[in-house]
Design a protein around this ligand. Structure first.
Ligand code: SF4
Ligand code: SF4
Length: 381
């Protein structure tokens, strides 16, 4: 089994926003109601010791600890500082700990910027585009806008911690114009952008405005074509770069479309160990392992059925995906998007038609460039 090297730590189980597509609160899983509001110091210490045990057992020189929620900044600056301090103290000189945080940015203040800077966090901010695009789904508990507060947080972070945020993450809504979204996000001066498919599966298929089987693929392609033409040079778009890399034979580096073993594990505020947290979007409860860091090590989790499946490379794919021309690029799409009650994860992605079409279009463009002896050298990545 491949060891875990990224620990997704749910330090807060609540959020000050209430995004309509949120898999934590609005897609049928209500496990957050039974979880501690924030992770305690004692749970953080136990977690740090479990991470150490795993790192030493597997000879890891570096681990990533990614703070998530809910909204992780609900814990406040002092607690965030203590979490990071304990994790580095427990690691000592035996391995490096890199900190990431995914936040809605609305709670960023000077004290938080200082903690993020002191511990050299990589900060990812969730924002879906300009004001209208963002506020379609990213709303507060009174259905009010989150846009101004997010922009204020981004600006405050940029002023106090150079180079951060280092990534912006947007969920695609077909009602939003792709180039307007691209321009709005690139205009914020952040180098790495990501556009993610909304969480749907075969029992809850995605919105399609025209019934077109590759509307999501077309949304991406619109951005791809402009990107390689040089719109916003220097900006990286991980989802699209990952496709290009794998089409030209390089390894992928994005969990969502990757045949490599999954090396992430999630820990809740109570210390429960879970598989990929986006499985909550299936409302199946399948993210739960039934194990807690108080009594179980991370090695105890590795052989569990769904974790083992995600480590089984080609073996995790259904027969349709295994026979697909693009199986090495698409890899069945993102794991939760394959779900149905009937077959669990032995399906192609619910976005199969989009992904196949998009990969095919990008491949065509690469071949055309190659024939013109230009290659993809203008690709900003
Ligand atoms: S900010 Fe994140 S955690 Fe909070 S409601 Fe929105 S998607 Fe969910
Ligand atoms: S394009 Fe469809 S069939 Fe091919 S690997 Fe992706 S999900 Fe599977």
């Amino acid at each position: 089994m491949t060891p875990f090297n990224e620990f997704i730590v749910k330090v807060a189980s609540r959020c000050n926003l209430n995004c309509t597509y949120c898999y934590e609160y609005n897609l049928g899983d209500d496990s957050w109601r039974r979880q501690a509001v924030v992770m305690s110091d004692a749970t953080c210490r136990t977690l740090s010791e479990r991470v150490r045990e795993h790192a030493l057992a597997h000879g890891l020189r570096e681990v990533a600890v990614s703070f998530h929620g809910g909204e992780p900044l609900l814990v406040g600056a002092a607690l965030l500082d203590r979490y990071a301090t304990v994790m580095r103290e427990v690691a000592g000189h035996d391995y490096e700990v890199c900190f990431n945080i995914q936040t809605n940015a609305t709670l960023i203040d000077d004290a938080i910027v200082e903690v993020l800077r002191r511990h050299q966090f990589n900060v990812g901010v969730s924002i879906d585009g300009g004001r209208a695009a963002n506020d379609r789904s990213r709303v507060d508990h009174r259905s009010g806008s989150s846009y101004e507060a997010t922009i204020r947080g981004i600006r405050q972070l940029q002023a106090g911690f150079s180079g951060q945020p280092d990534g912006l993450l947007a969920v695609i809504d077909l009602r939003n114009d792709p180039l307007e979204v691209f321009d709005a996000l690139a205009g914020l001066g952040v180098q790495r952008l990501d556009f993610l498919l909304p969480h749907h599966h075969w029992d809850r298929p995605p919105l399609r405005l025209r019934g077109d089987p590759h509307e999501y693929g077309a949304w991406y392609l619109c951005i791809f074509d402009e990107w390689v033409r040089g719109r916003h040079p220097g900006v990286d778009i991980r989802f699209l770069r990952n496709i290009v890399q794998q089409l030209v034979g390089a390894p992928g580096d994005f969990e969502n479309m990757n045949i490599a073993p999954a090396t992430l594990v999630t820990i809740t505020t109570d210390g429960d160990i879970e598989g990929v947290d986006c499985l909550k979007s299936t409302a199946s409860g399948l993210q739960r392992t039934g194990l807690n860091i108080r009594t179980a090590s991370f090695d105890d989790v590795l052989p569990l059925r769904l974790l083992a499946l995600r480590q089984s490379g080609f073996g995790q794919l259904c027969a349709t995906c295994q026979c697909c021309k693009y199986s090495r690029v698409c890899a069945g799409g993102y794991f939760p998007h394959r779900f149905s009650q009937k077959n669990e994860f032995m399906n192609p992605s619910v976005y199969c038609t989009d992904l196949y079409w998009l990969i095919n279009q990008i491949e065509d463009r690469i071949r055309t460039r190659a024939r013109q002896n230009v290659g993809v050298s203008r690709c900003p990545s």
